[in-house]
Design a protein around this ligand. Structure first.
Ligand SMILES: Cc1cc2nc3c(=O)[nH]c(=O)nc-3n(C[C@H](O)[C@H](O)[C@H](O)COP(=O)(O)O)c2cc1C
Length: 210
């Protein structure tokens, strides 16, 4: 999914090129609700002026991560994912709740980013991350687990996180249909894009330090 939209900021001097936002998530089943949620979030992000790409765990079908795998052994989907993560300025992570936490498939996709530890900056370092969890009461734990992983990868999680109950999703329309959940997704994507725009500006000189 790639798209262009209006810019998210009116700040003078801001680089107005669309923010490149990568969504990572979904599940391994065909009619995945969490994929529909992630797709909805990316569409809302496009309204806020992002250019989006989707890393769907089912479509990528990554092998289980092995730490001693060489670069030559990387399947094309992994090479694609690593390149997309490098190019993105911001991320949205979305996992279903499996047994009270994030799914193995989403965690495996995050583990597969290990080669980016050699980059400067490494992994998701210094870039905004929005978090979404699908599920019931246990989805709060899924958000916490995603937050731990995003933080370990150096990402800057935005304040608004989103729990999406299954009934908020029309899986056939591939859309979040609950208006309150859609508003929260829109707020989260706006925070991610706004922060990505602000991070493009040169860092201010720290006060009192010469
Ligand atoms: C192995 C497994 C464990 C699950 N555990 C939970 C759970 O702890 N809490 C919850 O709310 N839903 C749980 N569910 C329900 C899933 O979150 C729900 O089916 C969701 O739609 C799966 O995401 P998907 O539609 O993207 O495949 C579980 C489902 C599976 C397959």
């Amino acid at each position: 999914m790639d798209g262009h939209g209006t810019d998210a900021t009116n700040e003078p001097g801001a680089d107005r090129a669309p923010v490149r936002l990568l969504g990572i998530g979904g599940s391994t089943r065909r009619e995945s609700r969490s994929l529909a949620v992630l797709e909805t979030a990316l569409r809302l992000a496009e309204v806020h002026g992002a250019q989006t790409a989707l890393a769907d765990v089912r479509a990528m079908d990554l092998p289980l991560f092995a730490e001693d795998g060489s670069a030559a052994e990387q399947p094309p989907a992994l090479r694609w994912l690593l390149q997309e993560v490098r190019m993105a300025e911001a991320y949205v992570l979305c996992s279903p709740t499996y047994h009270g936490t994030l799914s193995g498939a989403v965690k495996n996709a995050l583990d597969a980013l290990t080669p980016l530890g050699e980059d400067e900056p490494p992994y998701l370092a210094g870039r905004p991350v929005g978090l979404i969890a699908l599920g019931g009461a246990g989805a709060a734990n899924t958000l916490t687990a995603l937050h731990h992983a995003a933080r370990a990868l150096g990402g800057l999680t935005v304040p608004t996180v989103v729990v999406v109950p299954s009934k908020a999703v029309d899986v056939h329309a591939r859309e979040v249909v609950d208006q309150a959940v859609r508003r929260r997704l829109a707020t989260m994507t706006h925070e991610v894009i706004h922060l990505a725009h602000r991070l493009r500006s040169p860092a201010p000189v720290p006060l009192g330090i010469r």
